[in-house]
Write a protein that binds this ligand. Sequence first.
Ligand code: KIV
Length: 284
Amino acid sequence: MRDKVTIPAIQARKHGPKITMVTAYDAPGAKIVDEALIDIILVGDSVATTVLGFEDTLSVTVDMMIHHSAAVTRARPAALVVTDMPWLSYHVSPEESVRNAGRLVREGGAGAVKLEGGRKRIATVKAILDAEIPVMGHLGLTPQSIHTMGGYRVQGKTVVAARDLLADAHALADAGIFALVLEGIPDTLAQLVTRELSIPTIGIGAGIHCDGQVLVFHDVLGMQNQKMPKFVRQYAHLADSATQALQQYGADVQSGAFPDDSESYHLDKNVLELLLDTQKQGLD
Ligand code: KIV
């Protein structure tokens, strides 16, 4: 068993080895990720689209995030568990944000929370940190801003947008976040942010220069047969294997090949004889 991954341990990885992060939304998923020695399990609000069948992440509530986070932490992973604060759980007031972050820790077992946005969120980030809850930032393509962005588009492509993102990154780092997710931005901008910040950056669709990488469980394992963004590398095609396995199961049930003798329970021979005898007497 490896040692529990802690916030200081993640911070100490700024200059390598690279940090690995993968999402998980339930106990078996958390066990798989943990056994692969991934550093951080992100209970992402991507649960909305990957597991719950929503169109985007905006429908996820704090109660849903607690439900999935608690399932992940019941697997007792050594990986650090970071849980996403869902949309509108940290936008109304710093007080309400602290209460919601506290529920993710107390009821969901999270070791840290992640929230999207930069300078607009500094008061909130500071309030959550004041409550001794570590915060991971998230800049660039922030899915909770889908309507403002006009869809899922690469961010930070103009000088103004890149400068804005750099200013947001510095503000978050100065406020005290322990790591920063950079999603859907040009690799050279991610390189600049990574070089300028003393905290680790974790990229998704942000190129090679980040201090770590994150991918979604269902994407990296090919659990859904759908078109993937170009930054996703699929290391398995589990949806295909699962469909093939279930087709075989269906065929075996139809042909009588399943279950076989070794897959069935048997009555003790004496019990069977006695049972058949009493049945027979009952009929006589
Ligand atoms: O919810 C999520 O899965 C995320 C990652 C894409 C970083 O926020």
